[in-house]
Design a binder for this molecule. Sequence first.
Ligand SMILES: [Zn+2]
Length: 256
Amino acid sequence: MSEKNNNIFHTEIGDGVYQLSSKTDGLSLEPGKPNRNSYLIIGESTALLFDLALEEFYLCTYAHKFANKDMNIALSHAHIDHIYNIENVTKIMMHPDDAPLLMKGTIFQPPLKKLPEFTYLNDGDVIDLGNRKIDVIHIPGHTDGSILLFDRKTGFLFSGDTVTRRLLYGMHSFVPIEAFCYKLEDLKKLNITNIYSAHDRCALPFEHIDYMISLLKRFSKSEGRILDFPFFEKAEFFSDGNENEISYFDFTVVKR
Ligand SMILES: [Zn+2]
């Protein structure tokens, strides 16, 4: 991990919305291999940093300085690659169903030694950043408490690890695929312009939701490739398309 103070770069992706990325993953904004990104949304009164997805310890300082106003931090979910340096943070916003991951840990993730103060975000909550309203949408599946944020101002959906080009599924409570797809279907009611996930820098189009749904339905009726998967018995892997193009999707379901 680089401790240099110039390893983070940001990309303005919309009015008051920035994608924060690490140079360790390269500089490309094109679809390709997975990388790690956090998002900074700036309102008139406060700013919101979505995910601690960069290893760089100065991510919060970088975002806070850049926003130049009060800043809250929210998590799409509590997996280890979304909570870097969380022990240096005093307050966090997240869905209550992922709090046990931080408090008790799980087979692949130790509990935190020092817990932040939690503000729970539930489905239907609205975060007001001052002339900028952000809707909270809870979609369990990747984790029990995975949330997505919808910025009404730009129409951007910040989708964490839920609406993605790569979906890892079934590591926690198993949500039936039909129920998960039903929730995805519901997202289409929103006026979405672009979708930004945590592990891709490219924007995914609105149509990606239907693409994901159709593939998940197709995959769940077929047999995937069996992989060894750390901490679990095995995983089943499905994919469609080319990873270097937007229209790529893969689905990994762990077996217990
Ligand atoms: Zn995750």
